[in-house]
Design a protein around this ligand. Sequence first.
Ligand code: 9D3
Length: 259
Amino acid sequence: MQPAVEFEVFTLFPEVFEPYLQTSILQRAQQHGLVAVHLYNIRDWTSDRHHITDDEPYGGGGGMVMKPEPIFAALESVLGAPPACPVILLSPQGRTFTQRIAQELAGEGFVDIYQPRRLALLCGRYEGIDERVCQYLVTDEISIGDYVISGGELAALVVIDAVTRLIPGALGDPDGASDDSHAMGLLEYPHYTRPAEFRGWGVPEVLLSGDHGKVARWRREQALQRTWQRRPDLLAKAPLSETDLKFLQKLRDKETPNS
Ligand code: 9D3
């Protein structure tokens, strides 16, 4: 069986991917042939004596810029010229990565047609990449959020992880991924495990009651309450039942008794 998604990763630091890719879900998904990750060191496509991958910016200013030649050479030798697959640059200038983008990249919606997908991930380092790479090679730019990290490698791992979780079978449990996407609408309810008392701190009675209906209702209300307190923006998009809306109204009434 062909993998559902094949990641072709281009980086100056392939070694930082290894330990994470060899762990847990990602390791298992690769062993089962559900995904493949191939790592390429851009430095292997330099042709000068010192294997230089960066240079000073035209126009001056601080920092260094990744040279275009080794990047074009690496991607075109692996993917063909021009590449036939999406070339995703991990960059602070990209659209912010979301679960929806992960679904897009996983090819969700084509589950039955089962179209194997190849995705190239290009990781930047230094202050940036020569703009001609962005213009003539890259087809999509993704950021993982509004904060500064030192390069695209961690961001590429985030994308690989999120996309892999969506591939049927990757989580072992057949409805694990759909559980995830259900949970995306709201924050999760609190989890507890043994012991029932730890340092004098108990577990909510209802979870010990064995009443599955009551447990389900409690969890739903906890999820709603947390989302309302911490991420009210999510409530606007979440699919809510009549019962959910009544419960939320009760929370609002408690919070603002005088208005
Ligand atoms: C925005 C900061 N830039 C202006 C001074 C310099 C700069 C800092 C760090 C340029 C690139 C980087 C390296 N970061 C990434 O390559 C990166 C990233 C990120 O920094 N934040 C969120 N997502 C991503 S994806 C790749």
